[in-house]
Structures are given as C-alpha cells and as structure tokens.
Ligand binder design. Structure first.
Ligand code: PMV
Length: 386
C-alpha cells in the first residue's frame, strides 16, 4: 500500500487565459500569468492511495463519492501513469482519491485549478514521477498548470501540436514581492453562470475581438507584465491587470450569445476602485474578475486598511454577517476622510451585496504533508470523515 497527501493553491490570473486552440489537449490561444495564493486561506487537500486490495478506482470530492469516469480526471490519471516508470505490481493497483477544499465550493472561487494541481502533484509522488507536472495538470483544467508552482507564474501557450511545450514556469517565488496583498470580494449572487469551458469555446467560435486579443494584445502584455513583476513595478502591474480583465470581459460580451459574468455589484466595485485610483492621482489598487461576479483586488500591504475602509463604507455588510465576514486576519480598516468621499463619485450599495471578504497574500506551490494524521483516507482506503 502507498499513500500521499498534498495541498495546492488557488491562482488568480492577471493576464487571462480565455480560449483554446485544442479542446481535447487543452491548449490555449495565448500565454497567461497568475499569482498563486496562500494555502492558509484557500487550498485543496488531496490524499491518493494505491493498494492491491482495491477493486476499482474511486474518488470522493468534498465528502461525496463522484464518478471516476470524468474525462479530465482520466486524462490526468492516464498521463501520469504513462510518464512514470511503474513496477508491474504498481501498474495493476487501483487508486482511491479523496479531495477537500478548505473554502466553500459554493462561493464560486476557482477551485478546479487547485484541485487538478493537487491531484497531479499527489499522483506524481505516489508514482515516483519527478518530471514537469504542469503539462499533466493542464489536461485536467487549463489554469491548473499554473497552480503547480507558488509565487508568480507564466503559462506558455507553446506551439507543438502535442502540447509538450504548453507548460507553466515560475517567474518569481512568493518571497520576491512580500508586500503584495490580495482581497477577494465574494459577491452575494446566486445567478446561474456559464462554465468557463463553455464560455471560452463560444468566444473562440463567435468573437472577432478574441483574435485581436490573442494575436496582438496579449503577446505584448505578457512581456510587460513579466517585467513589471520582476521589477516590482506596482503601477504597471496594476494597470495591465485591470486592462486585461476589462478586455477578457469585453471579449465575453463580443461572444454570441454574450457571456455576462459581471453583476451590478462587480461593476460598482470596479467603479469604486477606478474612482479611488483617480482621486489618489496614482494606481493604488487593481481589480480583476474571472468567469464570475467575485472581484479580486491586488494591492500593496500599506494600502489595505484604507481600501478595507472604503469597502466597509460603500458595501456595508448586512445584519446577518457574523464575525466570519472578514477572513484571513486583515488589519483594522481606516475610514475614508470626508475629503476623499467628496472626490469619489460613488453611491453606497445595498447592505449585504458583498457576502464576505478574504484577505490573503501570495503563497507557495503544492506541499506534501507527511504526518499520517493529515491523510484524508483511513487504512482501508475510505474517507476518514464519512
Ligand atoms: O482553467 P479553467 O477552464 O477553469 O479556465 C479559467 C479561466 C479564467 O479563470 C477565467 C482565466 C484564468 O486565466 O484563470
């Protein structure tokens, strides 16, 4: 019997991946760049176990048994087995997988990236594979290839039709820019959303803008963004982040029928941040949105109390919000001055339009947990908490 437990981070892109050139191999139409977030606040934990006693492969996700015959899951399992040098015995053994997120899945935070990165990293150790795992994680979920590293990460689109060169590489470790902070505004919204895989496929089929974005804009932007990160140039980093988020959502609207991921609350947050940057005569905060209404802010540590003060003022929590409203030990807010409020052309939003706030920082890549008490599966290969 062999067992491995691993945790892996969520990542939030600052230059977005939107569109595939190969649906089966998950090959993108442009490079992308993201930051991996601290696993203390957001992570997936996965235990994988192989044993001669198991009759079939099995998987439990967030406490429920799911079908193992999911195509993307099979991609990862088969690919890693074919790359690893397995003993005949190990080749025959079936595997049990158990995976949990340390955050509510219903919050609409990208969990598939952390999930597939974690699964791939865990399987790699189980099967003793030491090569690049980003290519394998990619075949589970595109953005997962960036979560196999910590810090600042670039996914190179590559050009080989087999996908061997469509891999992620670290630009800089988390320690490179220790002042960087992330505030995730979880928006109170239950509207049905179009999954990113469906949205980007329709965009590739119908949007004219997407071609211009992939061929002209992103190639320039990824180089500028990489430079901004290496030089720790926040102004440049933030402007590129906002422009790229705006452009991804412009492509989504140029898609036919359109994919409208942003809600009134997301737009109100974007307006507030733009007004605040204007009033400050500089760029203090960047916003970015993925395929959903939650807005993620990138900012430097020194500005966190002021920005939290603005959020508290313009997006007051409702009475039912408890002391779990602000997560990740944020510093105390500083209320906006009268002078600043006059400069900002923004309206107070309805109470509770933000469900909760997560304060976090840039973090490490997948980490193995060797203490047996961390395993999610017991000695018989069943989830401990079922
Ligand atoms: O990897 P997927 O299929 O979940 O796609 C992610 C796409 C975005 O989150 C919208 C952008 C990105 O680069 O992460």
């Amino acid at each position: 019997m062999s067992i491995v437990t691993c945790i892996a981070p969520v990542n939030i892109a600052v230059i977005k991946y939107w569109g595939k050139r190969d649906e089966d191999l998950i090959l993108p139409i442009n490079d992308s760049i993201s930051l991996s977030l601290d696993t203390q606040q957001l992570c997936t934990k996965t235990t994988v176990m192989a044993s001669p006693n198991f009759k079939e492969n099995k998987i439990w996700l967030n406490g429920r048994e799911e079908s193992i015959n999911n195509k993307r899951l099979q991609n990862c399992l088969e690919k890693i087995k074919s790359k690893a040098t397995l003993t005949n015995e190990m080749e025959m053994w079936k595997v049990h997988i158990c995976s949990n997120n340390n955050f509510p899945t219903a919050a609409g935070l990208a969990s598939s990236a952390a999930g597939y990165a974690c699964l791939t990293a865990a399987l790699a150790k189980l099967y003793n594979f030491t090569g690049d795992i980003s290519e394998i994680a990619r075949t589970g979920s595109g953005s997962a290839c960036r979560s196999v590293f910590g810090g600042f990460v670039r996914w190179y689109m590559g050009s080989d039709p087999t996908g061997v060169d469509s891999i992620a590489k670290q630009i800089a470790p988390a320690s490179h820019w220790p002042e960087m902070r992330i505030i995730i505004l979880v928006v109170n919204d239950v509207s049905k959303k179009i999954p990113s895989a469906v949205g980007m496929k329709t965009s590739v089929q119908t949007s004219e803008l997407i071609k211009y974005r992939a061929e002209v804009c992103v190639p320039k932007r990824v180089e500028l963004m990489q430079k901004a990160i290496i030089q720790k140039n926040f102004k440049q980093f933030a402007e590129l982040t906002m422009r790229d988020s705006n452009q991804m959502h412009a492509v989504c609207l140029d898609t036919y029928p359109p994919c409208n991921y942003l809600t009134d609350t997301s737009h109100a947050i974007i307006d507030l941040i733009s007004s605040y940057n204007d009033a400050s005569n500089s760029i203090k905060v960047a916003y970015t949105n993925d395929a959903g209404p939650n807005t993620v802010l990138y900012l430097l540590e020194e500005n966190v109390p002021h920005v939290l003060g603005l959020i508290d003022y313009f997006f007051p929590p409702n009475e039912t919000s408890n002391n779990n409203y602000k997560r990740g030990n944020p510093p105390a807010s500083i209320s906006p001055s009268k002078d600043l409020l006059e400069k900002l052309n923004c309206k107070k939003q309805q109470e509770g339009s933000i469900k909760y706030i997560i304060h976090t920082r840039v973090g490490e890549g997948p980490t193995y947990l060797d203490d047996p008490s961390e395993h999610l599966l017991n000695n018989s290969g069943l989830p401990k908490d079922l």
